[in-house]
Ligand binder design. Structure first.
Ligand SMILES: Cc1ncc(C[n+]2csc(CCOP(=O)(O)OP(=O)(O)O)c2C)c(N)n1
Ligand SMILES: [Mg+2]
Length: 364
């Protein structure tokens, strides 16, 4: 894909494929016969759909960075380097049927489940026609099966658990999924919700998204419990791991977990290792770079999940022209969405609107 020196992490700007990592990308999928079989049944269009999803996520974030840089907004949360952990699982679910609860790093769940990009961007502008009518910068769309995140990390675990319990009680073959950051795993809500899901055997999937950091606190500063892959057993939950920088592995692992859930085998926990290539948000990029040694950024930078997936697609016979066409379409879509969203700034909500759309009748 086109790289953006002004916005990309420096490790992505002159990105070159490392042959060992490209081989490793394929080996990861082939390592599990079940996952390999699923991936082998993906059509070319499905695979390009995943590619488009990754690009949409990255370019949406670059658009936000551009707005921060030019003073349109003051800050943005980005998912750079972690897009596969969002896009793979969402594509593995059934649109219009399953429900997901993204956290800030998983905003791409919205567009991947059909929410217009312009509405995602409007959410940042707080316009009157934005999804929450200017009340909250967290973005979701219940009609698209995406819950708006509760700001308190971990709280979506019991919420998704309750939704999954409803599916179970109604006998519906639906699945509810949420992501739990390495930091969020330390909250009481995440623990209580996970335990409840386990004992009630609800069809919920919890993706533990270990990006090695929680705001400005490194994993080794908040986590002494050893490997995350040992956690699910302590709850009695079935689990699997996937490579957080491999969209096909993420997709296949989630598809298998969802099949188990639909068959009534209870919840699943998926452990994904990945790395936050930037700050917690745009305001602490510099501090984030000082939080870890530069070498770690170099190591994970080589594993840019879009670059590696492009190499895989080329080996599968997709031409550079085909990939460029997908990229051009996504680029145009993001640019048009940004224009539409900016036009919405003419419609900022009046202060009195805070009284409406709440529990009290007529705002009283
Ligand atoms: C209960 C709670 N404590 C603190 C915060 C402030 N906060 C927002 S995001 C965040 C970091 C969460 O880290 P992690 O769960 O690893 O997710 P990541 O940001 O790395 O994706 C913190 C501490 C919060 N939103 N909720
Ligand atoms: Mg984290």
């Amino acid at each position: 894909m086109k790289r953006f020196p002004a916005f990309d992490p420096p490790e992505y700007v002159d990105w070159k494929a490392d042959p060992a990592l490209v081989r490793g990308f394929r080996e990861t999928i082939e390592h599990s016969p079940e996952r390999a079989a699923l991936v082998s049944r993906l059509s070319s269009d499905d695979k390009l759909g995943l590619y488009a999803g990754l690009l949409r996520a990255r370019l949406h974030d670059i658009q936000l960075q551009r707005w921060v840089r030019t003073g349109v907004i003051s800050k943005a949360w980005l998912g750079t380097g972690e897009e596969a952990t969002t896009v793979g699982p969402v594509h593995a679910l059934e649109r219009g049927k399953d429900i997901v609860a993204p956290m800030i790093r998983n905003a791409a769940a919205c567009c991947e489940l059909g929410m217009p990009l312009a509405d995602m961007l409007r959410a940042y502008l707080g316009s009157g026609d934005s999804p929450s009518r200017g009340r909250d910068l967290h973005v979701g769309s219940f009609s698209h099966g995406v819950l708006q995140p509760i700001s308190h990390v971990g709280d979506m675990v019991p919420v998704i658990c309750g939704i999954a319990l409803t599916f179970k009680m109604k006998g519906e073959r639906r699945v509810a999924l949420t992501w739990v950051g390495d930091g969020a795993t330390k909250t009481a809500a995440a623990h209580e919700g996970t335990n409840f899901a386990a004992v009630q055997q609800v069809p919920a999937i919890f993706v533990i998204q270990n990006n090695q950091v929680a705001l400005g606190t490194r994993l080794d500063q908040h986590h002494l419990a050893g490997d995350f892959k040992d956690w699910p057993a302590s709850y009695g939950i079935w689990s699997a791991e996937f490579d957080g920088n491999n969209v096909l592995d993420a997709w296949a692992a989630t598809r298998l977990a969802a099949e188990r859930c639909r068959a009534g085998h209870g919840p699943a926990m998926l452990i994904a290792e990945t790395f936050r290539m930037g700050g917690h948000a745009t305001h602490d990029e510099r501090e984030a770079r000082e939080t870890f040694p530069a070498e770690l950024f170099r190591t994970w930078g080589k594993r840019d999940l879009i670059g590696l997936y492009e190499e895989y697609l080329k080996e599968e016979g997709r031409t550079a022209r085909e990939l460029e066409t997908v990229e051009a379409d996504v680029t145009t879509a993001v640019e048009q969405a940004a224009e539409q969203a900016v036009a919405s700034r003419e419609q900022l909500p009046g202060g009195e609107s805070a009284r409406f759309g709440v529990y009290a009748r007529n705002g009283r």
